[in-house]
Every structure is written in structure tokens, then in C-alpha cells.
Design a binder for this molecule. Sequence first.
Ligand code: CAA
Length: 262
Amino acid sequence: MKTLETLLVDIKDGIAVITINRPKALNAINHTVMSEVGYLFSEGLPLDELKGIIITGSGDKAFIAGADIKEFIGLTAEEGSEKSAFGHKVFNSIEQCPVPVIAAINGYSLGGGNELAMACHLRICSDNAMFGQPEVKLGLIPGYGGSQRFIQYLGKGRAMELLLTADMIDATKALEYGLVTHVTPPQELMSVATKIISKIGSRGPDAVAKTIETVNAYFDKEQDGFGLEIDYFGKAMASDQTKEGVAAFIEKRKPNFRGTNS
Ligand code: CAA
């Protein structure tokens, strides 16, 4: 893996922890952060060897406070669209990653930071986390998928209100709205994230990858999610991983999925 300027990557026991490391700027996503996240999810991470990925922010104040506003100065409309399209590409690569990705949200999750969190498969947060899409305060709209993914998690009514007012919600509200699935004390955030990823890592890896793909298909207007499920269910039935899972159930033992081919 090449040397990274803005991210820390720690791989242990098959789990990669990616830390966005710009604490003085509350981990705001500048071009280098976006490029390095893109590099990791396209070629930098050894996905075949990983059970899961955790993304978090450096320090105890912010997960990510948004795109780096200082980089907006002087951009033309064309450059703005290019910036947005690049962010979409990178965040789509997180969403489509065959290995489960969880955002461990340790503080402010705003704008582009919240958009990154929403591209992850799962989100948990510490009880000091605050969430929002404050772009309209800047006279802007979300640029990295927020206008679309916020609706997927919150529904149109709640998403519209938060997008139009730029109000933030706290961890309790985020749990109630379904934006996160667990709220923890700050000191337990990473251990809870690791526990969830380890549990998923003990399941059939190919089944996990295909589940991610099939769930994502629901939100893709070009795809038939039901058709994909029928196809993948059939293929799974004939796979070594399902044979191992079924045999383990009948023999009353733990399955050894990682020793099988899909
Ligand atoms: N971009 C660049 N720098 C940022 C930043 C951002 N999004 N958020 C915080 N910072 C910097 C501040 O400029 C400050 O740096 P200096 O010390 O050099 O001045 C440092 O981080 C600490 O921030 P504050 O002093 O503001 O900390 P605070 O505790 O008073 O406030 C905050 C925290 C409420 C998160 C506030 O920093 C804030 O409102 N940040 C901006 C949030 C925002 O608008 N995010 C959306 C960005 S637009 C976007 O993301 C578009 C998109 O969809 C692609």
C-alpha cells in the first residue's frame, strides 16, 4: 500500500481501520482525503483478506465536519461538477465494496462527512455525535450524494426538513430516525464497531458480499433487485460456502467458510 498523507490505516485480525486524520480541520474532506479514500477502495486495500472495514475520524470532536470549505473558493461551475462527480464515484465505491464497511461516528458528521457515513453499509455513533447536511447555510446543496441517501435513511419528510433548515440532530434522534443502529459511550465506540464487523466476518463472505449487492440494487433504478436475489440465491445454493454452512448445521459444528470457495 502506498504512503498516505491524510488517512491512517491499521489492519489487524482481518479488520481494516481507516482514520481520517485532519483533526485541526475537524477531518474535513479535502481533495487529498477524497483521492486517498478512492485509492483505498479501488486498489489500496487487500479486500480478499479482509473481514470488514471501519471508518472513523481522528480526535474526539469530529467524525468529519464536511467537505473542506476552504477548497470551494474560486471554483467554476464545471470544476464544482467535477468535484461532485469525483465524490460520487468514490462514495459509490464504498457502498459497492464487497466487504462490509461500518462508520464509527465519533462526533460531528456533517455535509460530505455525513455523506461518506451514509455510503457505508452500517453506522454507529458515540453519544456526543451530531449529524446534519448544513450546505444550504453556505448557499450550497449536498454534493456527495446527500440529497439522495438522506431520503433513503430518513424518508422524504424528515430528510427534506433537515436539508432545508440545515438543522443538526443528536445521536438519540439519529437512532430514532434509523440513521445509526447503535449509540455508545465514546470509549466503547471502536470495540462495538469491531464486535459487529467480527460477527459479520464469521458469516459466509460470499453471502455477505451478495447481500450487500442485492440490498443496494433496491435503490438502483437500473436494476431488478428481486431478479438479482433469485439469481444469487440459486448460485449460492450450489456453492461450496452454502454446502459448508449446511453441513456445519447438520453436524452441529461451527462452519469454516473462509476455507471454501464461493
Ligand atoms: N472545512 C474546512 N475547515 C473546517 C470545516 C470544513 N468543513 N469544519 C471545520 N473546519 C475548521 C475550522 O475552520 C477551524 O479551523 P481554524 O482553527 O483554522 O479556524 C477548525 O476546523 C475548528 O472548527 P471551529 O473552530 O469552527 O470549531 P467549532 O467547535 O466552533 O464548530 C462546527 C464546529 C460546528 C463543526 C463548525 O466547524 C462548522 O460549522 N463547520 C462547517 C460544517 C459544514 O458546513 N459542513 C458542510 C461543508 S459543505 C459540504 O460538505 C458539501 C458537500 O456535500 C460536498
